[in-house]
Design a protein around this ligand. Structure first.
Ligand SMILES: *[C@@H]1O[C@H](CO)[C@@H](O)[C@H](O)[C@H]1NC(C)=O
Ligand SMILES: *[C@@H]1O[C@H](CO)[C@@H](O)[C@H](O)[C@H]1NC(C)=O
Ligand SMILES: *[C@@H]1O[C@H](CO)[C@@H](O)[C@H](O)[C@H]1NC(C)=O
Length: 116
C-alpha cells in the first residue's frame, strides 16, 4: 500500500494538470484548442508535453513550468524550463513567466494566483 502511494500521487498530479497533445516542436497547432476542459479544468492542447501553441500557431518550447517535476520531460536533451520567481506566474500553457496581475484585471481561470 505504502509503495503504491507515490505512483498514485504522480498520477493524480498528471491528471489534474495537462492533457498534452501529440504535435511536436515546430509543427502547426491551433491556438484555440488550448483550453480548460469543462468539468475537470484539465488543460488541453494540441502540442506535446514539452511545447505550447504559440501566437503564430506553431508548437514552441515551453518557457516555464508549474510543477517541480513536470510530466513528459523524459528526453534528457530537452532542458526543463524554470519555475517563475516571486512576483511572476506561469500561465496554463506554460509559455513563459509573466508578471503578476493587479487585483481586478482579467486573468485565466483560477490564475489569480501565486508565484508559480
Ligand atoms: C521549423 O520548420 C521549418 C519548416 O519545416 C524549417 O525550415 C525550420 O528550420 C524549422 N526550425 C527549427 C528550429 O527546427
Ligand atoms: C512560434 O514557434 C515557431 C517554431 O518554434 C517559431 O518559428 C516562431 O517564431 C514562434 N512565434 C512566436 C510569435 O514566437
Ligand atoms: C530527443 O530530442 C531530440 C531533439 O528533439 C531528438 O533528436 C531525439 O531523437 C530525441 N530522443 C528521444 C529518445 O526521443
Amino acid at each position: 500500500m505504502i509503495l503504491l502511494l507515490p505512483f498514485t500521487l504522480l498520477s493524480l498530479t498528471w491528471l489534474s494538470f495537462v492533457d498534452a497533445g501529440s504535435v511536436t516542436y515546430n509543427h502547426t497547432c491551433v491556438v484555440d484548442h488550448q483550453r480548460l476542459q469543462v468539468g475537470t479544468y484539465q488543460f488541453t492542447t494540441d502540442c506535446d508535453s514539452m511545447t505550447f501553441c504559440n501566437s503564430t500557431s506553431f508548437c514552441d518550447w515551453r518557457g516555464c513550468r508549474r510543477d517541480e517535476f513536470p510530466f513528459g520531460y523524459d528526453n534528457t536533451s530537452i532542458k526543463v524550463p524554470p519555475r517563475c520567481d516571486t512576483g511572476y506566474f506561469c500561465p496554463d500553457e506554460e509559455s513563459g513567466c509573466q508578471t503578476m496581475l493587479d487585483v481586478g484585471s482579467a486573468c485565466q481561470f483560477n490564475r489569480d494566483g501565486n508565484s508559480y
